[in-house]
Design a protein around this ligand. Structure first.
Ligand code: NAG
Ligand code: NAG
Ligand code: NAG
Ligand code: NAG
Ligand code: NAG
Ligand code: NAG
Ligand code: NAG
Ligand code: NAG
Ligand code: NAG
Ligand code: NAG
Ligand code: NAG
Length: 389
């Protein structure tokens, strides 16, 4: 009830404003109308786009490939290199200038390209900060600034880009914390801050990114724990947080993410055990990497069923006990178990190696620094064919 009344009031207000506009317009002559731009807002729109592009160009300080020389007024800006416009409205929908050796800072005017769907400046030398004004891009779906030299913090205002599906800021020098507000980007599928200098902990709000498929936070200075909420990300396929200083345990809910292909928490300070059912709850897992942590307990026998696994990196942990049979893992190419407490110093500890005879893809086995008895193999790299046949 309340809702519909409010709605009616809103319509009334609209009606009154509309009347006022009509009266106002009737006081103006036709020339005035044109001058106001009220009859064709398109004119103002495309001028704004042109101005934004010229301001973008003005901030480019290096252009060895002379990309920006095409950005001149002998041709319409929709024909400028890297610019795509909508066919009807002639507004800029894409700005794609990747791999062009451009350097400069990113003009805040880019935030005025209000029809922009894609901004791709990957692999150039853009520096300085990402302007908060990019938060005005209500239609932007892809924001790719990967492999530049961008510094400063991730603008919290990006949370207003509600259509954003791809946010790729990997390979820059971003500092500060991951803004919790990014948890509002409900259409986000791909989030990469790989190889930056981010601090602080992973905000629990990221557990609200229900469309997320790729979360890549590898190589940063992140601390704190892995938030339990990330276990809600049912579509997550890539969970990559290696090379940080994350502590605590892996929340059990994370091992329940049935779409995981790549699970990489290597080189952190994570404790706890490998969830006993992980190979059943993550049936598609191809890469399972937990190396360089403080993980203890046994390697679960359910590993037997991880038939899609091609890369198993468990080295540099505190694992003990037997290595289970690997006979069904015929896609395995790397199995790195070194520097743990595996085996019992007995003959037969290495029997698991013989369960690998049918793993024709195998390239690297790395098992030294354990308690394996029997014919102890001290090599870093063992090519299975040399000893198991
Ligand atoms: C803006 O649009 C108008 C009408 O479509 C067109 O005449 C004009 O050339 C355009 N201006 C620019 C700068 O694109
Ligand atoms: C303007 O752009 C056109 C089209 O790319 C190019 O051929 C021309 O050389 C440019 N003019 C100048 C003065 O750079
Ligand atoms: C565009 O953006 C700049 C900087 O963010 C702002 O100063 C300017 O007023 C905006 N509007 C237009 C129409 O260019
Ligand atoms: C950032 O977002 C806040 C809140 O929506 C807004 O008030 C502010 O103007 C935005 N900043 C810029 C530079 O757009
Ligand atoms: C980004 O840079 C890294 C390291 O410099 C390089 O390995 C990688 O291929 C680059 N990525 C792309 C997509 O260009
Ligand atoms: C990380 O980025 C730096 C430049 O910021 C680059 O030199 C380095 O190769 C990158 N490392 C990786 C592993 O991509
Ligand atoms: C996730 O979204 C819900 C609903 O919008 C909100 O109530 C909750 O606070 C959010 N969680 C976090 C951790 O931000
Ligand atoms: C998860 O993925 C499925 C299959 O691709 C898709 O149908 C579904 O909409 C996705 N869920 C969300 C919340 O994006
Ligand atoms: C994992 O999933 C199973 C079955 O779907 C469920 O019973 C269990 O409670 C889940 N565990 C966690 C920690 O989410
Ligand atoms: C492998 O999966 C099968 C079928 O789900 C199950 O019966 C069996 O117990 C599993 N084996 C191990 C070692 O977990
Ligand atoms: C390897 O494959 C052969 C032929 O399919 C089979 O007889 C044998 O049991 C397999 N060995 C192991 C350890 O899986």
């Amino acid at each position: 009830m309340l809702l519909s009344r409010k709605h009616m009031e809103a319509s009334n207000t609209f009606f009154l404003v509309y009347i006022e506009v009509i009266i106002l317009l009737s006081l103006l002559n036709f020339q005035g109308l044109n001058w106001c731009g009220l009859t064709s807002p398109v004119v103002r729109g495309n001028d704004t786009d042109q101005e934004a592009l010229l301001q973008f160009k003005a901030k480019i300080t290096g252009d060895q490939l002379k990309v920006m020389t095409s950005w001149n007024n002998t041709i319409h800006f929709c024909q400028w290199r890297g610019v795509t416009c909508g066919r009807k409205h002639r507004r800029v929908t894409k700005l794609e200038l990747q791999f062009l050796k451009l350097s400069g800072s990113l003009s805040p005017y880019v935030g005025n390209l209000s029809f922009l769907k894609e901004l791709n400046l990957e692999e150039n030398s853009f520096y300085n900060e990402i302007p908060q004004e990019l938060g005005h891009l209500k239609r932007v779906e892809t924001l790719d600034l990967a492999n530049n030299s961008i510094s400063g913090e991730i603008p919290s205002n990006l949370s207003a880009c509600s259509k954003l599906a791809v946010l790729d800021l990997r390979g820059n020098q971003l500092t500060g914390e991951i803004p919790a507000s990014l948890g509002l980007l409900s259409n986000l599928k791909y989030l990469s801050f790989y190889n930056n200098s981010l601090r602080g902990s992973i905000p629990p709000s990221l557990g609200n990114l229900s469309s997320l498929e790729v979360l890549a936070l590898t190589i940063n200075g992140l601390t704190g724990i892995i938030p339990e909420n990330l276990g809600q990300l049912a579509n997550l396929s890539y969970f990559l947080v290696a090379g940080n200083s994350i502590s605590g345990i892996v929340p059990a809910a994370l091992f329940n993410l049935s779409n995981i292909r790549v699970f990489d928490i290597g080189e952190n300070k994570i404790r706890g055990t490998i969830h006993s059912n992980f190979a059943t709850t993550m049936p598609y897992v191809e890469v399972f990497s937990i190396w360089g942590n403080h993980i203890s307990g046994q390697i679960p026998v359910s590993l037997f069923n991880a038939s899609n696994l091609n890369d198993l990196q468990l080295y540099d942990n505190r694992l003990r006990g037997n290595v289970p049979s690997l006979e069904k893992l015929d896609k395995l190419s790397r199995i790195l178990l070194a520097t743990n407490h595996l085996g019992h110093g007995r003959e037969g500890d290495l029997n698991f190696l013989c369960t690998l005879v049918n793993s024709t893809k195998l390239e690297l086995v790395y098992i030294d620094g354990n308690n394996f008895g029997g014919n102890f193999l001290n090599a870093l790299e063992i090519f299975l064919a040399h000893f198991c046949i």
